[in-house]
Design a protein around this ligand. Structure first.
Ligand code: SF4
Ligand code: SF4
Length: 128
């Protein structure tokens, strides 16, 4: 299972960013979201949802063996992670994020909350 992004359907409403941090951090803070909307202008603008595609490259680079695949999702074990940031640097699509409040890097865990609130069909759950 993975989330397919249909970029042309994204309106840039950012509900996905909000639900991601409500679910994981109990607050609305797009800077802690595992999904980010990249906006390209001029008006009317193009909005590009960016999130992990579970490629697993980060698993290899983690010196603490803190990253693994669990039920299709790449997950970080907070008990093992030293927050060194190597996975953030390694990610080929730049979708592992850091925030000073967080004890580990931020990565999509495939909770699918964003797909539930996206009412334009820009985020679709597919079997891979
Ligand atoms: S909820 Fe859907 S339409 Fe809204 S910003 Fe996110 S991906 Fe785009
Ligand atoms: S599936 Fe869950 S963790 Fe991943 S971007 Fe969507 S809301 Fe965030």
């Amino acid at each position: 299972m993975k989330i397919q992004v249909l970029q042309e359907k994204c309106t840039g409403c950012r509900l996905c960013e909000q639900i991601c941090t409500i679910h994981h951090c109990k607050e609305i803070n797009p800077k802690k979201s595992a999904i980010r909307i990249k906006a390209e202008f001029p008006v009317p603008g193009v909005f590009i949802p960016k999130l992990c595609d579970q490629c697993g490259d980060c698993i290899e680079v983690c010196p603490s063996n803190a990253i693994s695949k669990k039920d299709d999702a790449v997950v970080i074990d907070p008990d093992e992670c030293s927050n060194c940031g190597l996975c953030v640097q390694e990610c080929p699509t730049g979708v592992i994020y850091e925030h000073p409040d967080m004890e580990t890097p931020i990565i999509c865990d495939l909770c699918l909350k964003c797909t539930e609130v996206c009412n334009t069909g820009a985020l679709v759950v597919i079997d891979d």
